[in-house]
Design a protein around this ligand. Structure first.
Ligand code: HEC
Ligand code: HEC
Length: 511
């Protein structure tokens, strides 16, 4: 067969396959049916646009990566589970914008896509399929830790010289010649907080970061580091590691916000899976405990919690950016299962679903979806964390904000102390399961709690279509015996025969 004939035949095969197979999105593009109202610009803004929280000048980040390779293994940000994008220096979900308090330097932030977009692969060597909504593998705790340690190291006189050499390699000779003076200047006031009020920021003249004299640059770097620390709510002395490591795809969001925004200590033993931003226009309450009903409040809080300066009631926040990301994310639809489904088995599974699951997971998304921790039996830490005191503090904090353009609505937050039984749209894409991501596959969730695996590894993008879940592979071990990681409870459907479980799983693929 000639090449041309071959091409025609394969096109025909591809078209036929496309007509009858479940729709397979263009790889690695996104399935446009998830976002029918988006323009190309909308998609770009979701993937790379700013939500207003740029927290590190990109030249600083490049210099950290070069100066401290032990903190950025493999170079770049690869070790933190980010999704690289060919032709772009920074990964999906990372924004770039100049911000005043960082010396007007182009700076890097993160947006919703950093946490709420995942890639699925049929096999390690197959191209990835990107889906909006499922938890990313991004390990935000490890990334923030590497950033915080890089910042702390750079304030040490001995390290500043090395940092500057990475920051402006062309000036190396000048830096070496002035090394002693640089060290002495840094040692005089490494944290540059003498005489500054809490939350106050330095004015940093952009020219100082490019000055001829490396001593001037070093002092400007210290001021930027102070502003970064203040905006990121990092204490001068780094805290010890948290008791329950979140790993990829999880964070103790309300613990972080408690410490950063409400100045209230947290135990950091309630890491949760990033939630599902689907069909938000059809829901009232969101989060694992159904504690929030105000998308703008939620996103203003996330932006201020993730690096936008909070001083002066957040008056530096560019609210239009938060509003833009909020508008974009209100109408994202759940993704469809991209691989073949056994229709007969799914039909049998539908009846099982109605009998065993629908009473909790279907119907109007109102408060009958909330279930007491004692009833469901899953890990209690997250439900208990956000108690009435936290809800009151958060509402009061929102009410006191002075973000230009933002008017907080009353009672955006409440405490329920319970877990919400979520819609099971795209249940296939939600692994690892439960609010704390403690159950690797749907098959494991349908296994009696005592027999579920005690530990599994996280980090693989390869998907097991029979069990519904990512492979037990990757750098992070999720140990379910650690506080906050329990994989107990939710025993529904676990006593079904194996055939019935397979039918139920097949049905869940159609949702
Ligand atoms: C650093 C990671 C991270 C970023 C960035 C992030 N989120 Fe989230 N998101 C989370 C976590 C964690 C939760 C679950 C919190 C909880 O319930 O305890 C969550 C929950 C949610 C929920 C609730 C979903 C549900 O099923 O109840 C929505 C909606 C949401 N995020 C939207 C957004 C939007 C919109 C943005 C950008 C403006 C954003 N998130 C940025 C981590 C993130
Ligand atoms: C009594 C109410 C109830 C019944 C019955 C029930 N569930 Fe749930 N389900 C919940 C609650 C509440 C949660 C949230 C628990 C948590 O995350 O800790 C949940 C969580 C889940 C999750 C995790 C979702 C995610 O994003 O991780 C899946 C999957 C699920 N249920 C599937 C099922 C299936 C399948 C059945 C039927 C065999 C079923 N459930 C029966 C109440 C119920």
């Amino acid at each position: 067969m000639t090449m041309k004939a071959l091409a025609v035949v394969s096109t025909a095969v591809a078209l036929t396959a496309a007509a009858c197979a479940p729709v397979r999105p263009a790889v690695p593009g996104l399935d446009p049916r998830q976002t029918p109202t988006w323009s190309a610009a909308d998609q770009r803004d979701f993937l790379y646009g700013s939500m207003g929280n740029e927290f590190v000048p990109e030249r600083f980040l490049r210099a950290f990566i070069a100066a401290y390779p032990d903190l950025f293994p493999g170079g770049g940000l690869a070790a933190f589970g980010v999704l690289a994008e060919p032709g772009r220096e920074w990964p999906v979900g990372f924004s770039r914008r100049a911000v005043t308090h960082l010396g007007n330097q182009p700076s890097i932030g993160m947006n919703c896509a950093a946490c709420h977009l995942a890639e699925f692969r049929e096999a390690a060597d197959r191209p990835g399929l990107r889906v909006i909504g499922p938890p990313a593998l991004f390990d935000v705790y490890a990334f923030s830790g590497a950033l915080a340690v890089s910042m702390a190291r750079t304030t040490e006189p001995a390290n500043m010289v090395g940092f500057l050499s990475a920051y402006m390699p062309a000036a190396r000779a000048r830096i070496d010649a002035r090394a002693d003076t640089i060290r002495t200047a840094v040692a005089a006031d490494p944290l540059t907080s003498k005489g500054l009020a809490p939350e106050a920021l330095h004015d940093v003249a952009a020219g100082d970061l490019d000055a001829e004299d490396p001593v001037v640059v070093a002092l400007a770097v210290l001021k930027v580091l102070h502003n970064m620390r203040t905006a990121l709510h990092l204490p001068a002395k780094l805290p010890p590691p948290v008791p329950t490591l979140p790993g990829p795809g999880r964070t103790d969001a309300f613990g972080v916000l408690s410490v950063g925004l409400l100045a209230t200590p947290a135990r950091f033993d309630a890491p949760v899976k990033y939630g599902f931003p689907w069909n938000l226009d059809r829901r009232t309450w969101v989060h694992w405990d159904g504690n929030n009903r105000d998308p703008l409040a939620r996103n203003v809080e996330a932006t201020l919690g993730l690096g936008a300066p909070t001083g002066g009631g957040g008056r530096l926040l560019d609210f239009a950016l938060v509003r833009r990301q909020t508008d974009l994310t209100q109408r994202i639809r759940p993704p469809r299962y991209p691989w073949p489904v056994d229709g007969a088995a799914a039909g049998r599974g539908a009846a099982l679903y109605r009998a065993h699951c629908a009473s909790c997971h279907d119907g109007v998304p109102e408060d009958q979806r909330l279930h007491a921790v004692e009833q469901i039996g899953t890990d209690p830490n997250r439900a208990r964390l956000f108690d009435q005191t936290q809800a009151d503090r958060t509402n009061a904090w929102l009410a006191a904000l002075k973000v230009p353009g933002y008017s907080p609505s009353p009672q955006s937050y409440r405490s329920t102390g319970k877990y919400w039984a979520p819609d099971l749209d795209a249940a296939w894409a939600r692994s690892p399961y439960l609010h704390n991501g403690s159950v690797r596959t749907m098959w494991d969730l349908l296994t009696p709690p005592a027999q579920r695996p005690r530990a599994f590894r996280r980090g693989s993008r390869v998907f097991d279509q029979a069990a519904l879940g990512f492979l037990d592979a990757g750098p992070f071990v999720l140990d379910t015996t650690v506080s906050g990681n329990a994989s107990t409870g939710h025993a529904y459907g676990t006593d079904l025969p194996d055939d019935a479980k397979r039918d139920l799983i097949e049905y869940l693929k159609t949702r």
